[in-house]
Design a protein around this ligand. Sequence first.
Ligand SMILES: C[C@@H]1N[C@H](CNC(=O)CCc2c[nH]c3ccccc23)[C@@H](O)[C@H](O)[C@@H]1O
Length: 442
Amino acid sequence: MSKKYTGTWNSVNEHEVPKWYDGCKFGIFIHWGIYSVPAFAPRTWELGAVETNEEWFCNNPYAEWYYNSINVGKGPSYEHHIEKYGKDFSYEDFLPMWKAENWQPQKWAELFRKAGAKYVVLTTKHHDGFCLYPSEYTDFNCEELGPKRDITGELTDAVRSEGLKMGLYYSGLIDWQFANDPIFKEEDNFGNACPTFEYADYSYNQMKELVDKYHPSVFWNDIGWPKQSEHMMPYFLAHYYNVVEEGVVNDRFNGLYHDFSTKEYKQGEANRKEKWEMCRGMGLSFGYNENEGDDQLISVPDLIHLLVATVSDNGNLLLNIGPKPDGTIPAEQEKRLLALGKWLEINGEGIYDTSCSAHLPETAGDGVQLFFTAKEKDLYVFIEGLSKEENTVLIPGVKGSAETLDSTLNVQCEETKEGMKVRINGYDKEKHIICLKVKDGE
Ligand SMILES: C[C@@H]1N[C@H](CNC(=O)CCc2c[nH]c3ccccc23)[C@@H](O)[C@H](O)[C@@H]1O
């Protein structure tokens, strides 16, 4: 019998993060919307690498911010818009160009499964206010306009048919249908972008209809929660957990509550003592950006490093894809998902359903890096930076014998007073980071 929550902070604070979320380790984020049609942003900075001041908002690398990037009236996206579409072409004029004519949700779900992802999070309403589901509270949605399909419903069914969990993203505090002054600085963003009770009611009703229609396993709110309905949060959370027993929420509710905390590129703090999630695109943008081709995206080795470093630090990786308006996934993004999936086929035992090891990451000399995860008493050692066919690596403070998860590798172990010395033969750089399993090594 699942616990019943009531609309009080005491009640919802009893909620514990369900094991499935921690065990999944790797999810796919999807930013798809009107902004996928212009698909334009300058390639400037990673979030968190620079101050989010006027220079950031007028040279915004996030292609999904296209509406604001033209609304500020200056900068590369504004100039691009005037030159390519003219100043009388409005953001909404892109809607008929978003046809999703080649969209096959089942193909997406299969690709996510092959990538080794275990959950998916789709934007149901981004900052532009356009809804990727047939909302009862606005006709500015994808069943009435643009693709003329229930994108959220079709993708949810496809994702679940592939055995993955489905999560939903909602832009809680910014909705440019209610408040669309150009944003030049953070305060415009987080202060309370939609300061009316009308918006607080609208967003509360939409978040509830999303929960009731789709039963999302993750509710990924963004930016914040309207101050005018902060008192309603316990009611929302109690309803969500009562309807979706396995539900989890992130930490973007004005700091009032979270099941897991979030990092975005370089922004946000991660603390291995509590569950956290890293989200980022494969380039500098979440929405598809035509300026980001194969050479501008994160490399496969860096992607595998990001996954291993994140998981060994008690995090999940929510890796974003930005589909094209026709519903296809750019080839350079698909290539990376499949490479990650190939690596996880061999090394996933050391990733999925593991927990943080007591061993902290460390360097093992010769540019070799070690990362650790644990599964009950078994220890998994990830070795990054091997270069030769034959390698000897000292793993400090570890005893016992090791086997490699990659059966084409050969390993010999020798116990020394500093720790386990391993000799690894058969390495080649296509293997990227390798993983050793040390029975009872934790
Ligand atoms: C996933 C991305 N989220 C962006 C908003 N993100 C932020 O404002 C990051 C700030 C932030 C990092 N960790 C947090 C925790 C609590 C509240 C804000 C943040 C969006 O602006 C962007 O378009 C994309 O949807």
